[in-house]
Design a protein around this ligand. Sequence first.
Ligand code: SF4
Length: 403
Amino acid sequence: KIPLYNNDGFHKKAIDVLKKIQKNDFIPKRRKYGTPFWVKPVNDWGFIPTKNYQEGQFEYADAINAESMQKRIVDGGGACWNCVIACWNKSSIKFGSHKGVSLVGPEYETLALMGSNLGMKTIEDVAYLNERCNELGMDTISLGGVLGFAIEAYEKGAISKKDLGGNDIGWGKAEELARLIDDIAYRRGKIGNILAEGVKTASERLGKSSGSYAVHVKGLEIPGYDPRGAFGMGLAYATSDRGACHQRAWTVRAEINDPELDRFSFKKKAELVKKIQDERAAFFSLVLCDFAPISEEDCVDMWNLATGFDHTVESYLLAGERIWNLIRLFNLREGLDPKEDKLPKRLFKDPFTKGPAKGILLTDEGFQQGLKEYYSLRGWDDKGIPTKEKLEELGLVGYILDK
Ligand code: SF4
């Protein structure tokens, strides 16, 4: 065991931070509902993925939201080891053909991607599919994206019933989708094998215009916040190191609450995305949970007390920026073309037909302008490559790329 630099000071600070967490306004909601809390607001705001991202509001959202979960399947709470927030929901299905199936969850992302995105009308169906994924070790965001894509491809003729071995999949058809999940997990049949590769490769192999509704960034399926309702999420997904990940920069809170920001515009989003990306890169390096409301100042105090360093908030955020540049260099070295900093076609051409984001589309001009500003703020060139000057400033001289 490595001793802490200042054991007493660290523990005193940790107690102080825990007290602040307990007093945080949002913690009671997080403890009571967990991440499913977000189903209602994101649906109300009109950007919950629905039927393969064709819509941003789901007609059965009330059936799969946090209240419905509490009433119908939640047995109690729980927590990761020693966590004072305790955001888990321990659930079990109480009736129907899957009575007795138990799990921790579903989380918001599962309710969005395997709920509204697949047209599921009951919380039990989402819980059932969630547990099937748990059993098989499959990610519910990516798989939800893949299944939504598969249903639309089936409806539009890019996948036939014969391809599916007679499985008549469709929106809200939990049993048929559970069967397809097994086919994907075991790469059974032509379609199971193709879909196991994810939406990007599946659309490339299927062809038949399926690329027009293949929703992913850099091969990673989009999580539970459709950028047509919060443009900052579009810039966050496009510039994320691993594709469409909501944990690299979650701009939703700022875009909804900050009166200075228009959620249907790319203006001022480059600055917001960069700031959150750098902060999260530093924060996650301290091995903290994404949901822990700990200020930058408290993070730095604990870091210094644990290690004996003498960091400031400025140098902490600079560490985040250094990480972000290092990852960019890693991706460039491994052949990830910066041209992949882009978004799926659907977001630019298929407007929602209902809700507050009805009729809204991203524009290529707005997105390119946002991307240009982002590269400039990062000190990268106009192709998205870190400049020699920026790398020198960050102390990353040994990583300067040969052009
Ligand atoms: S560590 Fe994070 S995910 Fe785990 S119970 Fe606490 S808040 Fe929830």
